[in-house]
Write a protein that binds this ligand. Structure first.
Ligand code: PMP
Length: 433
């Protein structure tokens, strides 16, 4: 006799979600209800209890292959022994230092390692707490370096929701609108090739035109539009963007919060694409699930901070736990060769998915490294399929500007067999839809 279908969400998840709904900011419940449309029960969330490797288990004991991995942050999988060892040791030694006043030893070690990741000699680093914080630091760095307040950003872009990066959020105008008078009026948006049908030429010619006035201090770009649906721009886009920015006296800021640190199959996607960004933002996977981020800039770009009294810091910026986590992640990525592995595994997965998922509901399979997008015919289908996948033991989320893309950011330790299993589960879910 076939095993009974698991109840998802199970009763404990349902109870805990209801409790959260009472005390958590209502924006999230509203979003769930809106997504669920006529059938709000169908979008009731699960509540996670534990994780091990590529698996997570919810409070009702249902296990899933975790293809989201903390929005891409759990780079080594859940509970990687090296990360646990480093964190336990750090908790036993020093949980908090004095950041920018009296550094900790692990902070100094991490600063050196991150500076060396930048392609220029003598790069310098500002440690921050979240992706948005790193982007905000990059915005300020560019302003100080160029004396210009204008920012060029892209349609479909997501850089975090603090006020600085929110002004550059091309992902959803509705995220910006209620706060519009508080946001920088000096952001100009250009089309991102591949989003809303924009071509490479259309994008670059608008960039050229926007830069002509000489008011733009920074060109802020995701090397692959992550939240925008894992949209990979055509080869040459970043290189040309770098050239145009340089000619116009603006800095190129590569927001590698999503793509960087191996996720996209390269340490830095921008560098792999042949560009030397003036500033790089890292976050997400940097701490392997522990919050830490960084703004890394060439010495020239960072030099503005050496003139005047402005600083960018916060209580937990560069705190020892995040630093020791990042050092452990770096060491494991190198020791286990996970970055080239992510590149090869991702390339094979895109090819295999394209073949296995040749289905009328699938518009496109795309991605680089282990950031993969499967665009379906609508947001409604994507939500329905993601629920069905949950029932089949696979955890994914939806993304893309219209919400129609299943977005995968598994731990870099995921196996080819697990990715095949996902493709199979997705094919069956599509057939059942
Ligand atoms: N930049 C990019 C490219 C991102 O994908 C994100 C988060 N999805 C951010 C910045 C913001 O990071 P955080 O959520 O940690 O603030």
């Amino acid at each position: 006799m076939a095993a009974p279908e698991p109840e998802i969400p199970g009763p404990l998840s349902a109870t805990l979600s209801a409790r959260a709904g009472e005390v958590e900011c209502p924006a999230f419940a509203l979003r769930r209800a809106t997504r669920a449309g006529a059938d709000p029960d169908d979008a009731a969330p699960i509540v996670l209890a534990r994780g091990e490797g590529t698996r997570v288990v919810d409070v009702d004991g249902n296990a899933y292959l975790d293809l989201v991995a903390g929005f891409g942050s759990v780079l080594l999988g859940h509970g990687h022994p090296a990360l646990r060892r480093a964190l336990h040791a750090q908790i036993d030694t020093l949980v908090q230092g004095l950041g920018d006043v009296y550094a900790s030893d692990v902070k100094v070690a991490l600063l050196e390692q991150l500076a060396a990741l930048h392609p220029s000699v003598g790069a310098q680093v500002l440690l921050t707490q979240s992706g948005a914080d790193a982007v905000g630091a990059a915005q300020k760095t560019a302003t100080l370096a160029t004396g210009r307040h204008g920012l060029l950003a892209f349609d479909g872009a997501y850089h975090g929701l603090a006020h600085g990066p929110l002004a550059a959020c091309g992902f959803k105008a509705s995220f910006r609108e209620p706060f519009a008078p508080e946001l920088s009026p000096l952001v100009q948006f250009c089309p991102y090739p591949g989003i809303r049908g924009a071509s490479l030429d259309a994008s670059l010619s608008l960039v050229r035109e926007t830069l002509r006035a000489g008011t733009i201090g920074a060109v802020l770009v995701e090397p692959i539009a992550g939240r925008g649906g894992c949209v990979v721009p055509p080869a040459g886009f970043l290189r040309d963007l770098g050239t145009l920015a340089r000619e116009a006296g603006a800095l190129l800021v590569a927001d590698e919060v999503w793509t960087g640190f191996g996720r996209s199959g390269a340490w830095l996607r921008s560098v792999a694409e042949g560009v030397v960004p003036d500033i790089v933002c890292l976050g997400k996977g940097l701490g392997g699930g522990v919050p830490i981020s960084a703004c890394i800039a060439s010495r020239e770009a960072m030099a503005g901070w050496a003139r005047g009294e402005a600083i960018h810091t916060s209580t937990h910026a560069g705190a020892p736990l995040g630093c020791s986590a990042a050092l452990a992640v770096l060491e494991v990525l190198r020791a286990e060769d996970l970055v080239p592995r992510a590149h090869d595994l991702g390339q094979a997965a895109v090819a295999a998915f394209r073949e296995r998922l040749d289905h009328p509901l699938v518009r496109e399979v795309r991605g680089a490294g282990l950031m993969l997008g499967v665009e379906l015919d609508s947001a409604r289908t994507a939500l329905r399929i993601s629920r069905e996948l949950l029932r089949r033991g696979h955890l994914v989320i939806t993304g893309g500007i219209d919400g129609a893309t299943l977005t995968l950011t598994p731990p870099l330790t995921v196996t080819a067999g697990e990715l095949d299993g996902f493709a199979e589960a997705l094919a069956r879910s599509l057939d059942a839809a």
